[in-house]
Design a protein around this ligand. Structure first.
Ligand SMILES: [Zn+2]
Length: 152
C-alpha cells in the first residue's frame, strides 16, 4: 500500500499539470530527450520537456527523507516509504550533515491516511493525546508519525 502511494506521489510530480501552450490537461509522456522527459500535448500536438525535472524531485524527496530520518526512522523504512534507495538516503544525510539523538528506547509509528480518514482519526482525542505527533503531506495522502514515548 505504501509502495502504491509512492508511485502515485512520484507520478504527480513527474507529470506536468497542463500543456504550456494551450493549457489543456491532455498530456502524455513521449520519450526522453537530452536526459529530460519529453511530453506531448494530445490536443495541440506540442512537444515539450520539463526543465530540471530531476532536481525538483530531489529537493522534495530530500526534505521528506531528512524529516523522516530526524523522526527516528531507519534508512530501510525511509526507502520503503519514499521509494529512494537507502544508499541515496544515507548520502543525503551525510551531505546535509544531519545528526540525530539516539532513539533507542522508543520508535515512532507511522500511518498513512486519506484526508477524510485523517479527520476521523484526529476527531477522537484518545488517538492523539499524549503522542508527540506530526502530520506530513504525502502525494494525495497524509502521513502521521506518532511517538508513544510521551504516553502515560
Ligand atoms: Zn497543447
Amino acid at each position: 500500500m505504501i509502495a502504491n502511494l509512492l508511485y502515485i506521489c512520484l507520478k504527480n510530480i513527474v507529470m506536468p499539470n497542463s500543456c504550456p501552450k494551450c493549457q489543456q490537461k491532455n498530456v502524455v509522456k513521449s520519450g526522453i530527450v537530452n536526459e529530460r522527459q519529453r511530453f506531448l500535448c494530445k490536443d495541440c500536438h506540442y512537444y515539450f520537456t520539463v526543465k530540471k525535472l530531476g532536481k525538483q524531485i530531489d529537493s522534495y524527496f530530500v526534505t521528506k527523507a531528512l524529516q523522516l530520518y530526524l523522526e527516528g526512522l531507519s534508512y530501510r523504512e525511509i526507502e520503503r516509504i519514499i521509494g529512494v534507495s537507502h544508499v541515496t538516503i544515507s548520502s543525503w544525510i551525510k551531505k546535509y550533515n544531519i545528526k540525530r539523538p539516539s532513539h533507542s528506547e522508543f520508535h515512532p509509528l507511522y500511518k498513512v491516511f486519506k484526508q477524510n480518514e485523517l479527520v476521523d482519526f484526529i476527531q477522537n482525542e484518545e488517538n492523539i493525546k499524549g503522542f508527540g505527533l506530526i502530520i506530513t503531506e504525502f502525494g494525495d495522502k497524509y502521513m502521521m508519525i506518532k511517538w508513544e514515548r510521551f504516553r502515560k
